[in-house]
Design a protein around this ligand. Structure first.
Ligand code: F6P
Length: 549
């Protein structure tokens, strides 16, 4: 059976072309085309994007761009920009680009210009951040608030958490930030061990203000604070909320004067640019937060205005589709060679997999003839090299990779940064070039091995090569370049979702587990009756109950 995507002329041409490219070796392409790097690299918003180490030639790129045209991604982009409810299963617009729009472009929702609301909340954040930093707004006992603890999960945690880690060199002196997300009490308890109640500000971040994990953590944090400071009145000094749900915030006991608003047209995993970024602004200062927004806006402008053939997010998206559709790539590694980006792949797991890990197309049909989002994972280099790179080089499947490198370190120290950079460049070269059996044998011969040993050992040293990777090189990790990098991936996700014909902006797949957890929760108490469950679930509930006695 074919579906609208696989029926397109571009898809069919790509399918035939992939068979002919199957045997093509990238190292031969490099040998035949000395200007391959110039031909297959682009730059925008301070990001150099080298995609020359891919199994592509001019025809591949041309067909992928044809696919982009046939899928009418430009039309979908215009509908997104116009504030149409492209999140059609939740009847919501997708306007996170408005959150970082300085004013060059107008964004409307429901016939109303939305930038004034956006800028009003940014001003509210700026006033609040300044008041905290200058000590005009203090804790219940009059101490300065210097420890910020964000309580949120998913999009209300991963983005701000990743950004705060990434931009630690820009932190305001004397400020600390922590992120509590997991409902496992150990997460909160371990963080509270390092908090002094009179200096701690809790930011309860939840778009819905109903998420079980966040509400449970927020209530426990509140009890801890009231016990430590001896008064309920302390909550007003030490708790603020970020949400779209003013009623829920008030019901929790946070005065809505201490609430920062955002809107339904901001998806959770695209919300770090909204007031959900408050912990970022508190930790780094508002000026750096605005730089982050400016970096994202620069990438937005590039995405909106640049022809597809030179458009970084578009090319990145098309290459991902190329490998998943025609080379059975089911994984995708994000490998940043910058320690500060150590939560970048965790952040992208939600951004990509919650957005595009779907099987139902625009028409409500189950997608059966092409894969959607791959499994995203990664660790910062060089740690990953000593863990899972073995599989990237010699495993039986192709795993496309994005290497992310920075040209300048925030902590220059001897030759560390040169060693780091040599490693990232060496990895992409080794993956591309590989090592043949005769090369492996010759290397052993040079080292004095006997011919018997060579024939036994050389096959194990063969590196198949021809393994694709992109390199995203940025001068330095700054608020601006990080903003551009994140926005690059956001747009990549959008382009892929349109081509795969899925709604990238809902997340129905997380609902059933949440509902069943509500059913099981009371059943964990001894004496409570069980609802009908399968034998496995019943057995596990009984085991848990037994161990509570
Ligand atoms: O995991 C499901 C989800 O709805 C995410 O999309 C969202 O980012 C997260 O839960 C947290 O939701 P909220 O901000 O409403 O607490």
């Amino acid at each position: 059976m074919t579906t609208p995507l696989t029926r397109t002329a571009a898809w069919q041409a790509l399918s035939a072309h992939a068979s002919s490219m199957g045997a093509t070796q990238m190292k031969d392409l490099f040998a035949a085309q000395p200007e391959r790097f110039q031909r297959f690299s682009r730059s925008a918003a301070d990001i150099l994007f080298d995609f020359s180490k891919n199994r592509i030639n001019d025809k591949t790129l041309q067909l992928l761009l044809q696919l982009y045209e046939e899928a009418d991604v430009a039309g979908a982009k215009n509908r997104m920009l116009a504030g149409e409810a492209i999140n059609f299963t939740e009847n919501r617009a997708v306007l996170h680009m408005a959150l970082r729009a300085g004013g060059k472009r107008s964004y409307q929702f429901g016939g109303k210009e939305i930038l004034p609301d956006v800028h009003q909340v940014l001003e509210q954040m700026a006033r609040f951040v300044a008041a905290i930093h200058h000590g005009e707004r203090r804790g219940f006992n009059g101490k300065k608030l210097t420890h910020f603890v964000n309580i949120g999960i998913g999009g209300s945690d991963l983005g701000p958490h990743m950004v705060c880690q990434a931009l630690k060199p820009y932190a305001k002196e004397g400020c600390h930030v922590d992120f509590v997300s997991n409902v496992d009490s150990s997460h909160l308890v371990e963080i509270l061990k390092n908090c002094r109640a009179d200096e701690t500000l809790f930011i309860v971040s939840s778009k819905t203000f109903t998420t079980q994990e966040t509400m449970t953590n927020a209530h426990s944090a509140r009890r801890w604070l009231v016990a430590a400071l001896g008064s309920d009145a302390a909550v007003a000094n030490h708790f603020v909320a970020v949400s779209t749900n003013a009623q829920g915030v008030a019901a929790f006991g946070i005065d809505t004067a201490n609430m920062f608003e955002f809107w339904d047209w901001v998806g959770g995993r695209f919300s770090l640019w909204s007031a959900i970024g408050l912990p970022i602004a508190l930790y780094l200062g508002m000026a750096q937060f605005r730089e982050l927004l400016a970096g994202a806006e620069a990438m937005d402008e590039h995405f909106i205005t640049t022809p597809a053939a030179d458009n970084l997010p578009v090319i990145l998206a098309l290459l991902g589709i190329w490998y998943s559709a025609f080379f059975a790539a089911r994984g995708y590694a994000i490998l940043p060679y910058d320690q500060y980006l150590n939560r970048f792949s965790a952040y992208l797991q939600q951004a990509e997999m919650e957005s595009n890990g779907k099987q139902t197309d625009y028409e409500g049909q189950t997608i059966s003839d092409y894969p959607t989002a791959p499994i995203i994972w990664g660790e910062p280099g060089t740690n990953g090299q000593h863990a899972f790179y073995q599989m990237l080089h010699q495993g039986t499947q192709i795993i496309p990779i994005d290497f992310i490198a920075t040209a300048r370190s925030h902590n220059p120290l001897g030759d560390h940064h040169a060693i780091l950079t040599a490693n990232v460049l060496a990895q992409s070269e080794a993956l591309m070039a590989g090592r043949s059996l005769s090369e492996a044998a010759e290397q052993l011969r040079q080292r004095g091995y006997s011919e018997d040993e060579i024939s036994r050992l050389a096959p194990h040293r063969v590196m198949p090569g021809n393994r694709p990777s992109n390199t995203l090189f940025i001068p330095q990790l700054t608020p601006r370049t990080l903003g551009s990098l994140i926005a690059l991936y956001e747009h990549k996700i959008f382009v892929q979702g349109v081509i795969w014909r899925i709604n990238s902006f809902d997340q129905w797949g997380v609902e059933l587990g949440k509902e069943l957890a509500q059913v099981i929760l009371p059943e964990l108490q001894p004496g409570n009756a069980n609802n009908p469950h399968d034998a496995s679930t019943l057995g596990l509930i009984a085991y848990y109950r037994q161990l509570q006695r």
